[in-house]
Design a protein around this ligand. Sequence first.
Ligand SMILES: Cc1cc2nc3c(=O)[nH]c(=O)nc-3n(C[C@H](O)[C@H](O)[C@H](O)COP(=O)(O)O)c2cc1C
Length: 204
Amino acid sequence: MKVLVVYYSRYGHVLALAQAAAKGVQSVPGAELVLRRVKEFDDIQAQTAGDKYAQAAWERQKDIPECSLADLEQADAILWGTPTRYGNMCAQMKRLIDSTPGLWLKGAFEGKPAGVFTSTATAHGGQETTLLTMMVPLLHMGMIVVGVPYSTPGLLHVERRGGTPYGPSTLAGPRGELQPTPEDLAIAEALGRRVAETARKLRG
Ligand SMILES: Cc1cc2nc3c(=O)[nH]c(=O)nc-3n(C[C@H](O)[C@H](O)[C@H](O)COP(=O)(O)O)c2cc1C
């Protein structure tokens, strides 16, 4: 049973959530983790070449393979992670999703569990809007969207950090100066586990 964690991350915050979700996937017996990054746009690659923070994040993920259509097709469950861009998913992730009509026509995503996670710079920068709008194409694709129940440790809180019932999240800070808190990572791990467990139950 393959569980794909596919993410895009320019400064490493979503990467950290993806790695935590991957840990959760790996805690489920029978789940084979497939970790993939979304292909970067050439112009963004060029623009960020002189940005030391983006370069440091690139060094941490350059060996993670790019996500292919075959990775999407072969997955039994998929966790999708993207930074927030004006309250929405990033264009790189949208391009990947928009490259799937061939798979959609075949019903390749139908009945497979999915989860979503995100990062914003600021506290009210759109975590929930990104997570909820990300679910829309996944529902068109026939996926079964899995959230984070409030029984998950760390979810019920009023602290300056992430964690929503729609999916894990984190605050990057206006200059990317923050890092995911232990609770943010634990919630991402919990969703990775929950999506993998759901896939296992659905397979019977
Ligand atoms: C074009 C663009 C739009 C953005 N829009 C938002 C936004 O709506 N809300 C917000 O809080 N942060 C916004 N950000 C900041 C990113 O969400 C932030 O850099 C990201 O969450 C960091 O994740 P990463 O380290 O994985 O790249 C935006 C950044 C860019 C480049």
